[in-house]
Each structure stands twice: as C-alpha cells, then as structure tokens.
Design a protein around this ligand. Sequence first.
Ligand SMILES: Cc1cc2nc3c(=O)[nH]c(=O)nc-3n(C[C@H](O)[C@H](O)[C@H](O)COP(=O)(O)OP(=O)(O)OC[C@H]3O[C@@H](n4cnc5c(N)ncnc54)[C@H](O)[C@@H]3O)c2cc1C
Length: 289
Amino acid sequence: MAAKRVSGGSADIGAQYFTARNPSFISFLNHHAGEQRFGVWPGRFGYQNDDGEWEAFPDDSRYVGIPRMTAITRGLSSSLDVKSETRIQHLVRSGRGWTLQGSNGATYGPFDAIIVTAPPAQAQELLSNSELKMLADTLDESVRHIQPCWATAAHFAAPLEQPYEGMRCHDEVLYWVANNSSKPGREDQGQWWVLHANPEWSRRHQDAEPEKVTAEMVAAFQRVIGSENTPDEVVSHRWLYAKSSSTDNPGFHWFEDQCIGLAGDWLNGGRVEGAFESAKGLAEKILSR
Ligand SMILES: Cc1cc2nc3c(=O)[nH]c(=O)nc-3n(C[C@H](O)[C@H](O)[C@H](O)COP(=O)(O)OP(=O)(O)OC[C@H]3O[C@@H](n4cnc5c(N)ncnc54)[C@H](O)[C@@H]3O)c2cc1C
C-alpha cells in the first residue's frame, strides 16, 4: 500500500484500491485506522476483452487511503511502537524467546514470539539467516510463485479524457492503468496516471534500465488509450515481490516449537484484504494458545 512522492503530491504505485468482502475488515479500519483516512473511490472501471473492446466492470465498493494509500498504515501504526526504515537481518534465540538483529547493528527484544509479515523470499532469507533452515525450506514453493511488477507514474498537464478511471488492460506490456488524480482527496494539478506492467513482461524486463522500461510503458499506455499526449514527468518503481500466482491459501503459518508465525497476502489469495485475513487468523491462533 505504497505511495511515491511526486510533484504536487503523491501517486499510489502499489495497491490501487481494496475491496472489503468481510464486514469486519471495515469495522477494523474504522476503529484502528480512523474513518477519515480511507473512503470509496467513486471511479468508473473497465476491462479490455479478448477482442480489445472495453467493457465496464460491475459496480463495487473500491476503497483507497485518503489523501494517499499510506494514510491507512499511518493510522494503523499511530498508537504502536513501530521502528521504520529498519531491516531485520536475523533472529537470535534468547532464553525461551527471540531477539531481533537489525542490519543497522541495533538489537530489539527479547520477544516471546515473532510474526514475520515479509513476502516469502524475504521471510525465507530471514529464517535461513537465523539457523532455521527447516522452516525456510517450507517456503520454496511460495517463493517460486512470486511475480514482479514494474510500475510507472506519469503526469499529464492537460487531463486525458477517458471513459474509465481504472482500466484492466489486455496488452503485451500493460496489465492496469489508472487516473490516480481521480481518487478522493488528491489535489493534483493536471493528472497523475499509474501504469502497471503485466507479470510476464515485468519478469522479462526485471533487470532492464528504468529509463527504457518507462519509455516502453508510456508508449504502451498511449497505444492502449489511443492518445499521443506525452507526460511531462515520469517516475518508475520495480516491485520484485508483487503478487503470488499460487492457488494454495493456507491463511498463515504458525511454528509452535519456535513460536514463529508467518502472515501476509501471499498466504491468503493476495490483495490487501487477504493480508488482513491472514494476520487476523494468525493473531487468533496465538491468542488461543
Ligand atoms: C503493483 C502492485 C499492485 C497491487 N494492486 C493491488 C490492488 O489493486 N488491490 C489489492 O487489494 N492489492 C493489491 N496489491 C497487493 C497488496 O499491495 C498486498 O496484498 C499488500 O500490500 C500485502 O500486505 P502485506 O502486509 O502482506 O505485505 P507487504 O505490503 O509486502 O509488506 C511487507 C513488508 O515487510 C517488509 N520487510 C521485508 N523484509 C523485511 C526485513 N527483513 N525486515 C524488516 N521488514 C521487512 C517490507 O519492506 C514490507 O514493508 C498490489 C501489489 C502490488 C505490488
């Protein structure tokens, strides 16, 4: 649920919106994040069918952070002791619990139990570094299923007139494009559009120069929306661990002997609500012990 600072504001370069099938998710957000920090994106949403024609998506409540996606995590963490910008290198056994070793040289803890909510490749690295190879090996399959995604935010001084604010593309390069400025609470001059490349193209261009990637994504955007308008500012970001293609959804992992739990969207169908459900399941498991 990331946002990148851009001229005049910010652009959501990761999750674009989230749905809430489980009513307890919205109650949770109202209570812990604050109801002013998110709201419904009243946009029009469409997708390109196999013939390249555009069709409307069914109506749905699509929620976004206000004024940017990160407003939600800011709200959720405001009453917690969070150490940001801190990479945990490994875990060290400390009596019956664990101490965390940061890559900055600092240690944290001791703690009775650890919950890791990193993507599977990073969770696996953390467990391997912590002499927990057996636990790390259980993640091989999950790591294989993670797909990258190149994201580009492009600014257009004059608004692009399009029938939809969010579009799922059927294109050799792009998977999704959205008018970020149409989300509630954004006060951009002109329009910021966010473009996401599809997993296959992103994998083939994983190590390509960002400038080349950006140029190809912008050209694909012009082709998809049928416009020759060129952006006056672009910024790109490569997500190495964007999305899991796995259909195996255990919800979470809890290793009782070590008191280590794993949670995250990749264990529960992907997406923001999946991450919430995964964490909720793990928290309930721990509290029931
Ligand atoms: C391009 C893109 C588009 C998306 N679009 C949508 C969408 O439209 N709708 C939707 O519902 N979902 C979408 N998603 C998915 C959504 O972003 C995820 O489901 C959600 O962010 C998962 O939350 P999480 O807490 O499980 O993991 P993450 O958000 O991945 O958080 C994991 C965190 O762990 C940190 N970390 C990793 N290793 C360490 C370490 N060693 N020490 C300390 N910290 C560490 C990472 O820095 C990161 O902050 C999208 C994702 C991407 C990348």
